[in-house]
Design a protein around this ligand. Structure first.
Ligand code: ZN
Length: 196
């Protein structure tokens, strides 16, 4: 039996891996929807995160991990949950490691997870920092454009502030991404202020 791929570059062309990850994510998220009023297919979110990274010079493993970043967290109640072992087998240990770094421990209460994200952000790898920053950019856009149902103004302002505190620990790896986060944060706060 062939051994599992340890890194992407050694085994296949980057675009092939990226497309394989997009198809994998599309299947895992087939029945998942975003929380916003528009009820968009969930896969739109991971495609957006991957696109942000691809257009801002992030490395291929981070882009592949972006496509897969919510497959473990969001399939835990599915009949056949996706595991980090599945991701390692299909995309290699490096990608699985990045996905593990950006996944929350869902056994912890939500407020604890949010506090941990702030505290642990500076300790992440460069790839995970870029992925988490792109994730927050996508989420801030959604908070302004299509907020989750039932989230009042105060809750959305609190979310944007929290995302800013997480992002503070993710900065310094990719200046273009830092600048995009800052612009998105300003836009989200301005949109919320205009509503008030
Ligand atoms: Zn996400």
């Amino acid at each position: 039996m062939d051994s599992l791929p340890l890194s992407l570059a050694a085994t296949e062309a980057p675009l092939g891996v990226v497309m394989r990850a997009a198809v994998f994510a599309g299947r895992v998220h087939a029945s998942h929807r975003r929380k916003g009023d528009a009820q968009e297919p969930y896969v739109n979110h991971v495609l957006e995160v991957a696109e942000i990274l691809a257009t801002h010079g992030a490395p291929v493993p981070a882009i592949v991990a972006a496509l897969l970043h919510d497959t473990v967290e969001d399939s835990d109640t599915d009949p056949e949950p996706t595991t980090l072992a599945h991701i390692a087998a299909a995309f290699g240990e490096e990608v699985a490691g990045i996905v593990a770094e950006v996944s929350d421990d869902k056994s912890l209460p939500k407020e604890t997870r949010k506090a941990l994200q702030v505290r642990q952000a500076p300790k992440k790898s460069d790839a995970a920092k870029q992925l988490k920053l792109a994730d927050k950019i996508s989420n801030l856009r959604a908070i302004a454009a299509s907020p989750p149902r039932g989230w009042d103004h105060a809750r959305r302002v609190e979310y944007v502030g929290w995302a800013g505190r997480v992002a503070a620990g993710l900065r310094g790896v990719n200046p273009a991404l830092d600048a995009l986060f800052d612009a998105t944060y300003r836009d989200a706060m301005a949109a919320l202020a205009a509503e008030a």
